[in-house]
Design a protein around this ligand. Structure first.
Ligand code: EPZ
Length: 424
């Protein structure tokens, strides 16, 4: 397994180009399966998770190609509705192919994704909604076997999610756009990636009201045509690099991104003493964060959007580890998203976890040590912590980071981090 050798202490400063959002690209790729003519998607990041989903879709006979950051998709050759365990187990968002297969082809056999380091990650909300739309669902041998009602089309319905689920909202939204009749969804996720998906579906001919709110009304249409679309910038990648500035008295400008995607995060950065400026919007926007001394402590609790995003919890904790005071972090979304705590403590952090709450007492600085990445966002918190520590730190299992941060070494080098990938 590859490792990162990071030699600190570095001051993280400079300019970095933000890529398209992994968590938007994945549902957008699934939605391309709905179109009855070719679709083109730009600003698609080159990440392991994206490659896995493309391989899964191609395995169904669909002509899907990635050239640089552009993906083209032609569904005319589809000859299978099967998503195998050996691919789904490596990328749990593969469950997102269930919605388009059911909606357009009336049947699907998709492996259950299983859990991951941060939680059991069930998909009961997805399946409950599909059953409300008339699908028959059987779960056996680790697979979801789904069929649309007689006639082959899902039926529009009124449905309220039991809890806010990003993937559940996306899967059901994708299915509802081709259902017969109107679907009203309540308690939907409002993340920018959900909005991005809805915007592309509308461009393909879907009829969706309430985009960006918790209540979506979808009027089913007979078919959807292809379109050309560009993936929204990655707000978590943006926040991750800006966090590096706050940990090293640095000064980072992120480009090709937009402040309106991560207001809850930027507000916390300002509360910690950073000067945050921004300009432009959409794919042409930029955000700058700079701080002269130690960050101030801050309290956060993760919530669905527009609350503080769980995907920034580890990175914010790493900043709190260096604050001149005590911070309280409450993780409300996932049951096991403190795997980075023991690793940060190996780097000298002072953190006490009690259930969903972590109390972080700031220390002057991190000290170099060998550590292990445990999940995608935890990896980045360890990278930034190691960069701020004096001396050499070796980070193991960095395949986690390759899943979600495009060109991570070159981007970090461009910000002044001394980093080397050690092939394992
Ligand atoms: C998406 O995961 C993101 N992944 C996650 O990002 C992100 O952390 C999460 O949303 C929350 O914002 C992608 O978009 C590919 P959920 P998802 O369904 O859709 C429970 C990263 O680092 N739940 O909103 O799987 C679930 O267990 C990743 O990029 C059910 O109980 O998250 C969790 O506790 C990590 N039943 C909570 O809801 C269900 O049917 C939120 O999950 C679905 C979810």
């Amino acid at each position: 397994m590859d490792q990162f050798l990071i030699t600190g202490a570095c001051r993280i400063a400079g300019e970095v180009k933000i890529s398209g959002a992994k968590n938007a690209a994945l549902p957008l790729l699934a939605a391309m399966m709905l179109a009855d003519s070719p679709t083109t998607l730009h600003n698609v990041p080159s990440l392991q998770d994206v490659r896995t989903l493309i391989k899964l879709i191609a395995g169904m006979g669909i002509d899907i190609q990635k050239e640089g950051d552009t993906v083209t998709c032609d569904n005319s050759g589809i000859d299978s509705y099967f998503a195998p365990y050996d691919l789904v187990k490596t990328m749990r968002a593969s469950i997102l192919v269930l919605g388009p297969l059911l909606a357009r082809y009336g049947e699907a056999e998709v492996s259950l994704p299983g859990g991951c380091a941060i939680g059991s990650r069930p998909v009961d909300q997805h399946l409950k909604a599909f059953e409300a739309m008339g699908a028959s669902i059987i779960v056996e041998n680790g697979y979801v076997k789904a069929k649309a009602p007689a006639g082959g089309r899902l039926i529009g319905c009124e449905h309220s999610f039991d809890m806010v689920t990003v993937g559940g909202t996306e899967n059901v939204l994708i299915a509802a756009v081709l259902a017969s009749g109107t679907t009203r969804l309540e308690n939907c996720a409002r993340e920018p990636e959900v909005v991005d998906l809805a915007n592309m579906l509308v461009k393909m001919g879907a009829k969706i009201d309430g985009i960006g709110t918790a209540n979506l009304t979808i009027e089913g249409v007979e078919s959807l045509h292809g379109c050309e679309y560009s993936v929204v910038p990655d707000r978590i990648e943006t926040g991750s690099y800006l966090a590096g500035a706050l940990m090293t008295a640095g000064d980072v400008t992120t480009t090709h991104t937009s402040a309106d995607l991560l207001h809850p995060v930027l507000k916390k950065f300002e509360a910690m003493g950073a000067t945050v400026t921004h300009g432009g919007e959409g794919h042409d926007g930029w955000i700058r964060a700079q701080i002269a001394g130690r960050p101030k402590p801050v309290d956060i609790r993760t919530q669905p959007h527009p609350g503080f995003p769980t995907d920034m919890q580890a990175q914010l904790m790493a900043i709190c580890c260096l604050a001149d005071g005590s911070s309280t972090i409450i993780e409300n979304i996932f049951e096991n998203r403190y795997m980075h705590v023991p690793e940060l403590k190996r780097l000298g952090a002072n953190i006490k976890v009690d259930g969903h709450t972590a109390i972080v007492r700031g220390v002057d600085k991190f000290t170099a040590a060998p550590v292990m990445a445990t999940d995608l966002r935890a990896s980045m918190s360890l990278v930034m912590a190691a960069a701020s520590a004096d001396g050499e730190s070796l980070i193991d299992r960095i395949y986690h980071i390759d899943r979600g941060y495009e060109d991570v070494e070159s981007k970090l080098r461009g910000l002044g981090v001394t980093i080397e990938r050690v092939k394992g």
